[in-house]
Design a protein around this ligand. Structure first.
Ligand code: AGP
Length: 594
């Protein structure tokens, strides 16, 4: 996934473009580049982070430009493969997020017609196609080019011949920021927060022509109107605010995120309807599709809904659902995606809608694609999440799933009241963990010296073992496996030895004794054990090497507490290993390719 930006107005374009790109680096950061028009088009691009380019790039005069920050799909990270790409004449510059699936065929045809290519990318065919069709109207040329391009795209096009920007989207996000005497194009809202809170969300197959005072949106050449929205986020939300990393800032925002998300639910007059599930809905076969951390949230949702309502909930990793066997047609499908742009999830939704399944999205980004391709969207209130590792958006997903479960009809009123009371205690309990990270930091220091780690849990905390392992892997590069604790003895225990630490999630529920047995099995193989256990557990210390203490909480909500502890463990471990925590190698904040 990549980040694209565009600017046309009265200010110098270069600083605006680079500042906007710096807020999109979570979308990809192996290279970046800008193109600015000042008579002709000047381009500067390189395999550097945006902050380096801000310091090292030459002066580029001009008030119209485009920019790009890249997560490589076709062609290794290199200066020549970075965007913007141009045609042979240098009159057209393009930045692209997505994949041109038929680029080889187009490239062969264009080469036969005399076009010369310089990069290995799929994207480079776009400016050449525009040049091929340009006859004085850049918008027409872009439309003609896109008619032959297959795949996904969000593009911004700069031409030396006209004082406007042209952009288009299909299966990749693109917004317009509306300013006073200036306009912005961007992949995502954080890029424009420094300049405006007025935004237009473009839809698939929109082609837009932008001057500094006007926007013209068309579909198949026909003018259409798109509503202008006020963005609820503000620029403070995307600033690091004195923290060492966005990740630790966002971990510390979690008490507020929980309060905000609960607030909406408790105030709702019809929480069931707000949860996307209508009372009349057939709930006999609920289904959940998601990826990565969102999938781990879905596993908790499955457990809670089944536990509280006895409704069978099927959950699929979206990429498996897309290529899996013909499945039982669910009555309602819940798609969970913090970005709302994950290609695997959007593909699953396409299939579900073809089967006339009612679809509900749980997402953190207003205006994201998923909110437009589902029957109802539940918005988590985490605010913009910059760090690639999902933390606050994950906790917000858990809270949304708890609330959905509590909203379903048939809940025992007394149990519901008790659970809501426990839910309202979560912000305070998370604050206790955030205030007392000393136990976690010493565990992290120990863990940082290892290369292989197991996380084990049972019941509702088995998904937390999976999530704890994913967090550690993606930001510290330590190989970690999340395991159902009872499963370890069926093979993987062969890997346990003195340099294979085991993180055991010990909950005060019916899994307690079995977890203690698993800890003893690990210790019998000389594996160091770190237990995550409640603060009042007096027995655990003698059984393990380290204890991460968490506040005691009802079993149903222990995942929230344990997840926060493991987020902190991953963060501090990565810090000891001096990893680029917010922008880990090879990753992107949202994976918009399958
Ligand atoms: C989370 O820390 C990871 N970066 C990744 O697994 C992520 O959860 C996954 O790509 C799904 O993203 P989504 O929630 O935006 O769909």
């Amino acid at each position: 996934m990549c980040g694209i930006v565009g600017y046309i107005g009265n200010s110098s374009a270069k600083p605006v473009l680079l500042n906007a790109l710096s807020t999109l680096e979570y979308r990809g950061y192996d290279s970046c580049g800008i193109a600015v028009k000042n008579g002709s088009i000047a381009i500067h691009k390189d395999t550097v982070r945006v902050e380096v380019m801000q310091l090292t790039s030459p002066a580029l005069d001009g008030t119209v430009g485009i920019g790009h920050t890249r997560w490589a799909t076709h062609g290794e990270p290199s200066s020549i493969n970075s965007h913007p790409h141009t045609d042979c004449t240098g009159k057209f510059a393009v930045v692209h997020n997505g994949i041109v699936s038929n680029f080889q065929k187009l490239r062969q045809q264009l080469t036969k017609e005399g076009h010369v290519f310089s990069s290995e990318t799929d994207s480079e065919v776009i400016p050449h196609m525009i040049e091929k069709y340009y006859q004085g109207d850049i918008e027409e040329a872009v439309r003609a080019a896109l008619d032959e391009i297959e795949g996904s795209y969000a593009i911004a096009v700069l031409t030396a011949d006209e004082n406007k920007l042209v952009a288009a989207r299909k299966d990749s996000p693109l917004i317009i920021g509306v300013g006073d005497g200036e306009m912005f194009l961007a992949s995502d809202v954080p890029a424009i927060l420094d300049y405006t809170d007025r935004v237009i969300y473009l839809e698939d197959n929109d082609v837009v022509s932008v001057t500094k005072n006007a926007v013209r949106i068309t579909q198949d050449g026909v003018d259409i109107d798109r509503e202008e929205h006020r963005v609820l986020w503000n620029k403070e939300d995307v600033q690091i605010a004195g923290y060492d990393h966005y990740m630790i800032k966002e971990i510390h925002e979690q008490p507020r995120v929980i309060r905000d998300t609960i607030g909406d639910f408790l105030l709702s007059s019809d929480a069931a309807k707000d949860s996307g599930i209508e009372i009349g809905d057939d709930l006999s076969t609920l289904s959940i599709v998601a990826c990565g951390t969102s999938y781990h949230a879905g596993l908790i949702g499955k457990y809670v809904i089944e536990e509280l309502h006895g409704i069978p909930v099927r959950i699929d990793i979206a990429s498996e659902f897309n290529h899996g066997r013909r499945t039982i047609r669910p009555s309602v499908a819940i798609a969970i995606s913090q970005s709302g742009e994950t290609a695997d999830v959007l593909s699953a939704l396409k299939r579900l809608r073809e089967e006339s399944v009612k679809t509900v999205a749980i997402t953190n980004v207003p205006g994201s694609t998923i909110s437009r391709v589902t029957d109802q969207a539940i918005y988590t209130k985490a605010g913009p999440e910059v760090s690639v590792a999902a933390t606050k958006s994950y906790i917000a997903q858990l809270i949304a799933l708890y609330q959905l479960a509590l909203s379903l009809p048939g809940m025992n009123r007394g149990i519901k009241r008790s659970l809501i009371s426990q839910l309202k205690q979560m912000p305070g309990k998370v604050e206790q963990i955030l205030d007392g990270t000393c136990g976690i930091v010493s565990c992290a220091k120990f863990l940082s010296k290892h290369e292989n780690v197991f996380f084990i849990g049972r019941g509702i905390n088995y998904p937390i073992a999976l999530e704890g392992a994913l967090k550690l892997k993606e930001i510290s590069y330590i190989h970690a496996e999340g395991y159902a604790a009872g499963e370890l003895k069926h093979g993987s225990i062969a890997l346990l030895q003195e340099n294979t630490p085991v993180i055991a999630i010990v909950a005060n529920d019916n899994t307690y004794d079995a977890m203690i047995s698993n800890i003893k099995q690990a210790k019998a193989r000389n594996a160091p054990v770190i237990a995550v256990a409640s603060e009042d557990n007096e027995d655990i210390q003698a059984m393990v090497d380290y204890v991460i203490r968490v506040p005691r909480t009802g079993n149903m909500f222990s995942p929230v507490i344990n997840a926060v502890a493991l987020q902190l463990l991953a963060y501090h471990t990565a810090k000891f290993r001096e990893c680029p925590i917010d922008f880990p190698r090879n990753l992107a904040k949202s994976v918009t390719v399958e």
